[in-house]
Design a protein around this ligand. Structure first.
Ligand SMILES: [Zn+2]
Length: 386
C-alpha cells in the first residue's frame, strides 16, 4: 500500500458517513496469498485459505454483505480485529448504482454513452459510483453493452478499498456524494429484469424446452430420489461412508467422485456449477480447494460418466455403474445406479413434448410433496471487481 493511503478503517467510516453500509473482505499478504481467516471447511472444522480468484474480494464472515453496517462501533470492532481487511460496500442498502466496465473497450463504450463526474473506485478496472434513481430495480446486469463487458450493479457488493491480489491499491477517488446514475445504465438494469421475467415464463410453459434446475431444486430432487439417502449422506459428508466397518467407499476421494456423479446427473454438465455445488457440500475440504487438477479430474470423470442428465431424455436410464475415481490406480467407485432416477412412480416411456424438464420437475415435486413455490433462488452474488 502506498505511503499515506488511508487505513481501511478510516475509509470504512467515511463510507458509513455517506450512508453506505460496509463489511470486511479477504485481503492478500505481500506474497499475494489469502491473509484473511479464510473459508470455513465443515469436514475439517477449520478455516481454509481462499483460492486465487477470490483473494481480496470475497467476504470471510458468514452472511457476507448481508451483515454490512453503517454502525460506527461495529465498524471499529471489525477493523480493530482485522486492520488490513479490504472494505466492501453493500450496494442495495447504500442506494448506489455501480457502472463497472471490465476492459478499455468497455470503458470507451461507457464514456461514449455518458459517464458524469462521480466517485470512481480505482482498481484493475475502474468502477463508477452513482446514486440509484427512485424506481430503479435492484439487479446485477453482467457483461452488457456492445462490448459485452459492462457490468451495472445495484445489488450485491462492491470491493471499495484495500489491496488487490496483484498488490495494487484499490481505492475510491473523489469520495463524495455520487451523481445520479445515467439513464442508459438504468435501462440496462430494467432490460435485465424484463429478460429474466421472460425467461421465467418460458421455463414454466414451453414443452420441449429443457430448463436448468436451480441449485435448490437439484438438492431437493436428488434428496427425494431413489438414491436420496445415499446422496444426503454424501452431501452431508458422512465420514462413515469411507471409514469404519465395511464402508461403501474405500476413501473420501471415492465419496467425492460419487457425490460429483450424482450432482452431474441432476445439475447437468456445467463444470463451474458442479464445482460451486461441491463447495457447498459437507465433503468440501482442503484437497478440493487447493488442487485444481483434482477438481478438474473429478468433475471431468463425472461428466464423462453421465451421458444423459436429468430431464434430457425421459426414456434413458443413466448407467453409471463402476467408474474410476480421479485418483485412478484401479480405485473403483460403485456408484448407485441412478436408474429410474428420481422416482419409482415415474411414468415409463417418453413424456409428451420432447424434453419437458420443467414438467418432470413439477410432477416430481408433487410426487414427493415438495413445495411448488418458485422462490427466486439466484446464484450467490458476485463481487463488483475482477
Ligand atoms: Zn481470504
Amino acid at each position: 500500500m502506498i505511503l499515506g493511503s488511508p487505513r481501511p478503517l478510516d475509509v470504512a467510516l467515511r463510507c458509513a458517513q455517506f450512508g453506505w453500509p460496509v463489511f470486511p473482505l479477504c485481503w492478500p499478504n505481500e506474497a499475494g496469498e489469502c491473509a484473511c481467516p479464510g473459508q470455513w471447511d465443515v469436514t475439517r472444522s477449520a478455516y481454509v485459505p481462499h483460492q486465487e480468484r477470490d483473494i481480496g474480494k470475497v467476504p470471510f464472515m458468514g452472511g457476507g454483505h448481508k451483515r454490512a453496517t453503517a454502525d460506527e462501533d461495529q465498524i471499529r470492532h471489525w477493523w480493530r480485529r482485522w486492520p488490513h481487511a479490504n472494505v466492501g460496500i453493500a450496494l442495495a442498502p447504500s442506494g448506489l448504482l455501480v457502472v463497472d466496465p471490465d476492459s478499455p473497450a468497455a470503458t470507451a463504450e461507457a464514456e461514449a454513452l455518458g459517464l458524469r463526474p462521480t466517485p470512481i473506485r480505482r482498481s484493475r478496472s475502474d468502477a463508477y459510483l452513482y446514486a440509484k434513481p427512485h424506481g430503479c430495480p435492484l439487479e446485477r446486469a453482467i457483461h452488457k453493452g456492445t462490448s459485452g463487458q459492462i457490468d451495472v450493479l445495484t445489488d450485491g457488493y462492491l470491493v471499495a478499498h484495500g489491496r488487490h491480489l496483484s498488490g495494487a491499491d484499490v481505492f475510491i477517488e473523489r469520495l463524495s456524494d455520487p451523481h445520479p446514475a445515467p439513464e442508459w445504465a438504468v435501462d440496462i438494469l430494467r432490460q435485465q429484469v424484463e429478460e429474466r421475467a421472460a425467461k421465467r415464463s418460458a421455463a414454466r410453459g414451453t414443452p420441449g424446452e429443457p430448463t436448468d434446475l436451480e441449485d435448490r431444486e437439484v438438492l431437493e430432487l436428488a434428496g427425494a430420489s431413489r438414491v436420496g439417502d445415499r446422496f444426503k449422506r454424501l452431501w452431508e459428508g458422512d465420514t462413515t461412508l469411507w471409514l469404519g466397518e465395511g464402508p461403501p467407499y474405500s476413501s473420501q476421494s471415492e465419496a467425492d467422485q460419487a457425490l460429483m456423479n450424482y450432482l452431474c446427473f441432476f445439475a447437468g454438465r456445467d463444470a463451474e456449477r458442479l464445482d460451486r455445488l461441491f463447495r457447498s457440500s459437507g465433503l468440501m475440504r482442503v484437497k478440493w480447494a487447493s488442487s485444481a487438477s483434482y477438481r478438474a479430474a473429478t468433475i471431468g470423470m463425472a461428466i464423462k460418466a453421465t451421458p444423459v442428465c436429468f430431464g434430457e431424455d425421459d426414456r434413458s436410464v443413466p448407467r453409471m455403474g463402476s467408474i474410476r475415481t480421479a485418483q485412478g490406480a484401479g480405485s473403483v467407485v460403485e456408484t448407485d445406479k441412478i436408474a429410474a432416477h428420481a422416482a419409482g412412480n415415474r411414468p415409463r416411456g417418453r413424456l409428451k413434448g420432447g424434453g419437458p424438464r420443467r414438467r418432470s420437475i413439477e410432477r416430481l415435486r408433487r410426487a414427493f410433496g415438495l413445495t411448488t413455490g418458485r422462490r427466486d433462488a439466484r446464484p450467490a452474488q458476485r463481487y463488483g471487481d475482477d
